[in-house]
Design a protein around this ligand. Structure first.
Ligand SMILES: C[S@@+](CC[C@H](N)C(=O)[O-])C[C@H]1O[C@@H](n2cnc3c(N)ncnc32)[C@H](O)[C@@H]1O
Length: 271
């Protein structure tokens, strides 16, 4: 058997899980930058009377959002911050590399702890997919809120995405079809005393193979009032809650809602 045939046979023998790219599956399953961008545009414009230009995407992962922010608007800039060099390399190879030079040059990626960012000052800080839940104590969350406050320009607005609901405080599993695979969310542990929660993302493919624990999150589940209090303590003037209407994929400003099994919301904190 020639080398090429052997390679072809090996590729055929590999399961779909073995061939999968977990970052791509993640983007397809949980990210929808156009919905986030639409919210940030609308809220920022209503507060400041102009569209936002510069963004910092904290915990940026693959920088999918930053890439879309700059691809859609020729005057906009983005800084993505993540600790993990592997995911930043993926961002460069898969998201930035696919863009023309005119887009690439407006995106800067920093391999850094988000607590240590000092510059540049930006219009918007975006914290998506509950990433700030890595902070386990009020002191840590307040410190992070102060970093956000200090690194926003004087018209700056921060957007922090949060989830909740009765099921968020339970050991639970959820799954849904995405394209030709299944996305599986597992809340493997929840401690009602500390609110620490251990969550995993798994993927299942149509040949029956699975990518187990493609991502694991060791988090504290924070509630909206707690996060609001930390943002006010850090110096923000207003912190509005934007609640997601799942039927329309649109957020509305709200101060009263019915409790749900699961909800998604954003806190918009303005200087
Ligand atoms: C849940 S993923 C978020 C990916 C993407 N931003 C999103 O919204 O889907 C969390 C990311 O945060 C990064 N991370 C965790 N702690 C961090 C820290 N202290 N500073 C910077 N990045 C951090 C991880 O490397 C990981 O890529």
């Amino acid at each position: 058997m020639g080398k090429k045939d052997k390679h072809r046979q090996d590729a055929q023998a590999r399961t779909l899980a073995e061939q999968a790219d977990r970052h791509l599956l993640y983007e397809m399953s949980v990210q929808c930058p156009e919905v986030d961008i639409a919210l940030y545009n609308r809220v920022f414009k209503s507060l400041r009377g102009r569209p936002p230009v510069s963004v910092r995407e904290d915990f940026c992962g693959t920088a999918y959002f930053s890439t879309e922010w700059c691809r859609r608007y020729p005057e906009r800039t983005a800084v993505g911050v993540d600790l993990d060099p592997e995911v930043l390399a993926w961002a460069r190879d898969h998201n930035l590399a696919g863009q023309p030079e005119s887009v690439q040059k407006r995106i800067k990626l920093l391999q850094q702890n988000v607590l240590e960012v000092t510059a540049p000052k930006v219009d918007v800080v975006s914290v998506m997919n509950f990433s700030f839940w890595v902070w386990k104590t009020r002191a840590e969350l307040e410190r992070y809120c102060r970093v956000i406050h200090q690194t926003l320009g004087k018209e700056g607005v921060a957007f922090l995405e949060i989830y909740g609901g009765t099921e968020a405080m339970m050991v639970a599993k959820d799954k849904r079809k995405v394209d030709d695979f299944t996305y599986m969310w597992e809340q493997a542990e929840f401690n009602p005393i500390t609110h620490e929660t251990l969550c995993h993302i798994h993927f299942r493919f149509k040949d029956g193979s699975k990518l187990k624990r493609a991502f694991t999150y060791d988090w504290r589940l924070w509630t909206i009032p707690e996060v609001r209090e930390c943002l006010y303590a850090a110096g923000f003037k207003t912190v509005d809650c934007y609640w997601l209407d799942v039927d329309t994929d649109r957020y509305h400003k709200s101060e009263r809602e019915e409790q749900q099994l699961a909800f998604l919301a954003y806190l918009a904190a303005a200087k």
